[in-house]
Design a protein around this ligand. Structure first.
Ligand SMILES: [Zn+2]
Length: 438
């Protein structure tokens, strides 16, 4: 009993410190925003990541740092717990890259990488998505360390690159074998606990084995022409129509709690085809973006789209002989024009949900909303690696990626308080227990 009171005292002292030292928290977010890390163009996070690694190193973390792309390194800090084998471990994950910002074209009131505070909001690119989350989580850990708390469980901080363009920052952390009993992705969620649907992009190509001069068109489209050939652009129209039918079929037949009906869209996003006005188009390529629900996976979804379009092709005398070909996903929108974000299901009865809910309601005196993000984050990769993962961070999606991006300073402070409380409890709890055992 006495020891439990100690814990409460310890946590409430930390929380008081966050109020007292909020200027330091704001200064830390500002410092991160001042590193211009827009992606695209990317390949610019080196300095910011070096700074972040230095911060973690000062707090006693062992640093693993490697280049995912030139001048875009991942940073993973590990703070080994005192009783790792019995106590729960945690991964905190966030991305250092931010959405692109063109100050003059987009009407930013101030330079996006010169942060400022006005009317209780902190402005600058990345404040909401998601340098606010990164800084808040780091500050929470800093306070824990400075107060001399020794966590029994492992704490792993992943500061990754490339999230904005679907690059493999977090995926590479998972492939390297980093794992834990839970992960929190501190990305934009307005302090809701969230899972997410998934996204896969793909290219659908219609291609003629031969190239014909424009003058030959008469032979391929008119009575008696005698030439079994077609324009790839005209055939792509059927493919697009087919995708629209499948999208409608999914909207009518599939659903998932927490999502409005029809979130599972198929967007024909980019089309390119034909070579010159003097030729019949011999090739046409369509870039599509497919959204799916948390109980579906990207491999099955890709197969579903392929099967449907191959059936559409069967109904066309030329496409039947020249079916469309598919290239799915990719590890970067910049390098290979493709991306995958796996979906993330959350278990409302999971220990990680209970623990984060408790931490949240201890600060807000009410339960957080558990919901589904309308967008995608790196949480899917951690979930895919078998780690129970939650998205939970400050900032809202009206601000993420938008002109004059900002985050509420109060929300940043509250987020930091929740993280102190959550990390303290989680890493002090034995694996088999529901909560604290001190
Ligand atoms: Zn983000």
């Amino acid at each position: 009993m006495e020891r439990r009171i100690d814990v409460r005292d310890q946590v409430s002292q930390l929380i008081e410190q966050i109020d007292a030292r909020q200027d330091e928290l704001v200064a830390l977010v500002k410092q991160l925003v001042r590193f211009p890390t827009p992606s695209p163009p990317a390949r610019n996070t080196g300095e910011a990541q070096e700074f972040f690694a230095g911060q973690l190193r000062d707090l006693g973390f062992d640093i693993d740092q490697w280049e995912v792309f030139p001048n875009d390194p991942n940073v993973v800090g590990t703070l080994k717990g005192k009783q790792s084998s019995d106590y729960r471990s945690l991964i905190v994950n966030g991305h250092m890259d931010v959405a692109e910002a063109e100050p003059n074209e987009e009407g930013w009131e101030k330079d996006p990488f010169t942060p400022s505070v006005k009317d209780g909001r902190l402005y600058g690119r990345g404040t909401a998505d998601m340098k606010g989350g990164l800084a808040g989580a780091l500050f929470a850990i800093k306070l824990l360390r400075e107060s001399g708390v020794e966590l029994p469980g492992d704490l792993i901080f992943q500061s990754v690159i490339g999230e904005e363009v679907g690059e493999a920052g977090t995926l590479e952390c998972c492939e390297k074998g980093y794992t834990a009993d839970a992960a929190v992705v501190v990305d934009t969620s307005e302090l809701n606990i969230q899972g997410q649907g998934g996204v896969i992009t793909g290219w659908v190509t219609v291609k003629s084995p031969k190239t014909y001069h424009d003058a030959v068109r008469r032979n391929m489209v008119h009575a008696g022409g005698g030439l079994h050939a077609a324009s790839a652009i005209e055939k792509m129209v059927k493919i697009i129509q087919g995708l629209k039918e499948l999208e409608q079929h999914w909207a009518v037949t599939k659903s998932y709690p927490g999502f409005p009906a029809g979130m599972n869209t198929i967007n024909p996003a980019v089309i390119e085809g034909g070579r010159h006005a003097a030729f019949v188009a011999d090739e046409c390529r369509l870039w599509i973006t497919v959204h799916f629900y948390p109980d579906e996976n990207h491999e099955d979804i890709a197969k579903e789209v392929e099967n449907h379009l191959l059936n559409v092709a069967q109904g066309d005398p030329w496409l039947r002989d020249h079916p469309p070909v598919f290239e799915w996903g990719g590890k970067s929108m910049i390098e290979d024009k493709g991306e995958i974000f796996p979906s993330l299901d959350i278990d409302p009865d999971g220990k990680e949900v209970h623990s984060l809910k408790r931490a949240h309601s201890s600060i807000f005196k009410e339960n957080p909303t558990v919901s589904m993000s309308p967008t995608v984050t790196d949480g899917g990769w951690l979930g895919d690696a078998g780690i129970p993962t939650l998205i939970y961070g400050p900032g809202d999606l009206q601000n993420a990626h938008h002109t004059n991006e900002s985050v509420s300073v109060q929300e940043l402070i509250e987020f930091t308080k929740v993280m102190v409380t959550f990390i303290h409890e989680w890493c002090h709890t034995k694996r088999e227990d529901e909560r604290y055992d001190l």
